[in-house]
Design a protein around this ligand. Structure first.
Ligand code: SF4
Length: 279
C-alpha cells in the first residue's frame, strides 16, 4: 500500500526551502568560509571573506536574499516507491512561486531562451526525480546563480586521457573562469555516464555537504589532487588574488561506455545554496 503525501505539504516544503536556501547560507558553507578566512594568505582576500560572512549573517538575520541573483530553481526529488504525491511537478512549481513571493526573490527565469520573456515567478523549476526505496519524499532545493553556472563546461575526453586529462580539464575550466563565478568556489565534477548524464553527476556533486570527501577513496584522492592545482591558480576570493580559490572540490562518477570519458565541471559560487527536507 502506498503512502499519500499531501500536495499541500509539498507546496509548503518547497516554498520554505526555496526562501530559506536564498536567505540562510548552510552551516557547512559558513564553516568552510570561516576556515578559509583563517587560511587565506592575502589580506585583501581575508577582507573579502569577512564581507562574504557578514553578508551571509545579515541575510539570515534580516530575512534578505544573500545575493541579487536568487538563482535558477533546481529541485531534486527522491521519491520512495511506496509513496504517492498528486501532481508532483505542479506542486514543486507552486512552492517555487510562493517561496519567490514570500522571500521577495528576484524573478530570474525566462519562458524561452530566444524570446526572453520573464515568467515573473521563477517557474518552471528544473525537477530531477529519482525513485528510491521507502515511502518518503526527500526534497533538495538548490537555487543556482548564472554567474557560476555560465562558467561551467563539459568535455567528452578519450579514455586514454585518464585522470591526468580530467585534472587538466577541471583546472583549465576554473582558470578560464577567473573572477567571473564569484570565488571562493565549490567545484562539482562529474566523471563518466554519457553526455547528458555527466552534467547531472556534476550537479549532484554539489549536494554533498561542502568539504566532505567522496566515500570512494580513488575519487577522494582525485578531489585532493584537483584542489591542490586549483589552489595554485592564485585567483583568490572575489578574484583579487590569494590562496583560497575553491572551498572544496566534489567529484561523482558513474558507469560509462568503453569508448567514452565524459567530464563535466559545474562551478558554484560563494553563495552555494542548498536546503533539504524529508516528508
Ligand atoms: S555567481 Fe553566485 S554570488 Fe555571484 S552573482 Fe551569481 S549567485 Fe551571486
Amino acid at each position: 500500500m502506498s503512502r499519500d503525501i499531501p500536495r499541500a505539504a509539498v507546496v509548503q516544503a518547497v516554498a520554505d526551502l526555496f526562501r530559506r536556501a536564498n536567505q540562510e547560507l548552510g552551516a557547512d558553507m559558513v564553516a568552510a568560509l570561516e576556515a578559509a578566512r583563517g587560511e587565506e594568505a592575502s589580506p585583501t582576500g581575508r577582507r573579502v571573506l569577512e564581507q562574504i560572512l557578514e553578508n551571509a549573517r545579515l541575510a539570515r538575520t534580516e530575512g534578505l536574499p544573500m545575493c541579487q541573483d536568487t538563482g535558477f530553481p533546481v529541485v531534486f526529488a527522491f521519491l520512495g516507491e511506496d509513496a504517492h504525491v498528486d501532481d508532483l511537478a505542479g506542486a514543486v512549481d507552486e512552492g517555487i512561486r510562493r517561496g519567490t513571493a514570500a522571500g521577495y526573490l528576484r524573478a530570474s527565469v525566462v519562458r524561452h531562451p530566444l524570446d526572453r520573456v520573464n515568467t515573473g515567478d521563477n517557474t518552471p523549476a528544473l525537477l530531477h526525480l529519482t525513485l528510491v526505496a521507502g515511502d518518503r519524499l526527500r526534497l533538495a532545493v538548490t537555487p543556482k546563480g548564472a554567474g557560476s553556472e555560465n562558467m561551467s563546461r563539459l568535455a567528452m575526453l578519450r579514455p586514454a586521457d585518464g585522470e591526468e586529462g580530467i585534472v587538466d580539464f577541471v583546472v583549465e575550466t576554473v582558470r578560464a573562469a577567473g573572477p567571473n563565478p564569484c570565488p571562493p568556489l565549490v567545484v562539482g565534477v562529474g566523471i563518466g555516464s554519457n553526455f547528458e548524464g555527466v552534467a547531472l553527476l556534476a550537479k549532484r556533486a554539489l549536494l554533498r555537504p561542502v568539504g566532505d570527501p567522496s566515500p570512494d577513496p580513488r575519487l577522494a584522492a582525485l578531489e585532493r589532487r584537483i584542489a591542490a592545482r586549483v589552489r595554485d591558480l592564485g585567483i583568490g576570493p572575489a578574484g583579487f588574488g590569494g590562496t583560497v580559490t575553491a572551498l572544496a572540490v566534489h567529484a561523482e562518477a558513474g558507469p560509462t561506455h568503453i569508448a567514452s570519458l565524459p567530464v563535466a565541471v559545474n562551478i558554484s559560487c560563494h553563495a552555494t545554496r542548498h536546503a533539504e527536507a524529508v516528508l
